[in-house]
Design a protein around this ligand. Structure first.
Ligand SMILES: [Zn+2]
Ligand SMILES: [Zn+2]
Length: 400
């Protein structure tokens, strides 16, 4: 998400000590695929018996840059998978969180919620993966599994508090969760996504946040072939939204503030690409769209775009997760227009977007970086100087 707003700022510290004790006892009794099990017969690496150290890239304050740091990962529990991370996308939410732009972030902070790697170990109750499979992790790693929303495959809306992939209270280890800017992660298999072998996995990595965040509203509001969808913002999320809208055979119109992105939008199949400054276009497109998806990661005057909706159509904000400005009740009422929020997608829906994109060869446009370049990448994202997603390459980092 550009998008995982308050992610991680839940009712954090209550019962931290209790949680840590529970985590310690869990860690002391990990249940692995042991001798005699099917998994053991496939000669997987020896299971890790307790919490273990992993090299990560962390920031220790809103203004400090990233530096290597050792973090602890929990022992692989019976339903856990251990993933050797190969790729991690850089989402604008990572920047908001690393810099405490939504609220005060707990430090040290290891962002990263677009994660793909190879399964290196599994617990003895894992059924979805075997060692050597490719797995992805998106924006969340746990939820209660019992509430109405979890039972409806909306784990990101868990009524008891979703555990997001980073900067979220870690119910197993205590402390805060650490994300994908690191070499390994342990996660419940339910929250791991099957990634297709043989695909361009580096370029699929951003689909785990940017993909599902823009796919989910198209599904929920049932964007159909021939309908008109507006995509506001042509960044990490926006460029994927264009590709997903085109794949649905909708008529896609892109609104960007960056003139040299106009051609890219057309190349990706957009019907039209416009600058925000094009007032004539705004006049022409009044009452035009069936759906508008706003991916801009900051608040901005949105009513000018809401005015472009048809009667009964919906404007979905997935990008700006702070306070919003400038909505006009009168104008919304006269057009019976809806204004909605949407947060990533559930695990089933995340698997669906991965399978959907794999079947259609839809990937993000990416630029690979080494972990030492995260600060540079952040600066370039802020400058709108990325086409269109940075992905950290841990395969080369490991060899180095
Ligand atoms: Zn994200
Ligand atoms: Zn729940």
């Amino acid at each position: 998400m550009s998008d995982d707003s308050k992610m991680g700022q839940g009712p954090a510290t209550i019962g931290r000590r209790k949680i840590m004790l529970a985590g310690a006892s869990l860690a002391a009794a990990p249940l692995f695929a042991g001798a005699g099990s099917a998994a053991a017969a496939t000669a997987e690496p020896p299971p890790l018996k307790g919490p273990f150290a992993v090299r990560a890239y962390a920031t220790k304050g809103a203004k400090s840059g990233f530096a290597p740091m050792q973090i602890q990962r929990r022992a692989v529990g019976p339903k856990d998978v251990l993933i050797d991370i190969e790729y991690a996308g850089v989402c604008h939410s990572d920047i908001h969180t690393a810099r405490s732009e939504w609220s005060e972030t707990p430090y040290p902070c290891v962002p990263g919620h677009e994660i793909v790697g190879k399964v290196a170990a599994i617990g003895n109750q894992v059924t979805k993966f075997k060692v050597g499979d490719y797995a992805g992790v998106g924006c969340m790693v746990d939820s209660c599994g019992e509430c109405e929303n979890c039972l409806a495959d909306r784990e990101q809306n868990c009524q008891k508090g979703t555990t997001f992939t980073y900067a979220s209270p870690d119910k197993v280890m205590g402390g805060m969760t650490y994300g994908g800017y690191c070499e390994r992660i342990v996660v419940k298999e339910h929250f791991a996504i099957r990634m297709p072998a043989g695909a361009n996995l580096a370029a699929m990595t951003p689909l785990l946040c940017a993909g599902v965040t823009t796919f989910s509203p198209m599904q929920h509001w049932q964007l159909k072939p021939g309908q008109r969808v507006g995509v506001i913002g042509m960044g990490g999320l926006g460029h994927v939204a264009v590709k997903l809208g085109v794949a649905r055979r909708a008529q896609v119109t892109v609104f960007t503030t960056t003139s040299n992105k106009l051609e890219d939008a057309k190349r990706m199949g957009a019907h039209e690409a416009l600058l925000w400054s094009d007032k004539a276009a705004f006049a022409r497109l009044a009452n035009h769209f069936d759906l508008i998806i706003s991916t801009v990661p900051e608040s901005y005057p949105m009513q000018q775009f809401v005015d472009l909706l048809k009667l009964d159509a919906t404007f979905v904000n997935v990008g700006a997760l702070g306070k919003l400005e400038d909505l006009d009740g009168m104008l919304m009422a006269f057009g019976r227009k809806s204004f909605a929020g949407s947060l990533i997608g559930g695990i089933a829906e995340t698997q669906e977007v991965i399978d959907y994109c794999a079947a259609r060869n839809i990937t993000a446009d990416i630029e690979m970086i080494m972990p030492e370049q995260i600060d540079m990448a952040y600066a370039r994202v802020i400058d709108k100087d990325v086409r269109y997603r940075f992905v950290i390459d841990f395969t080369s980092a490991r060899k180095a």
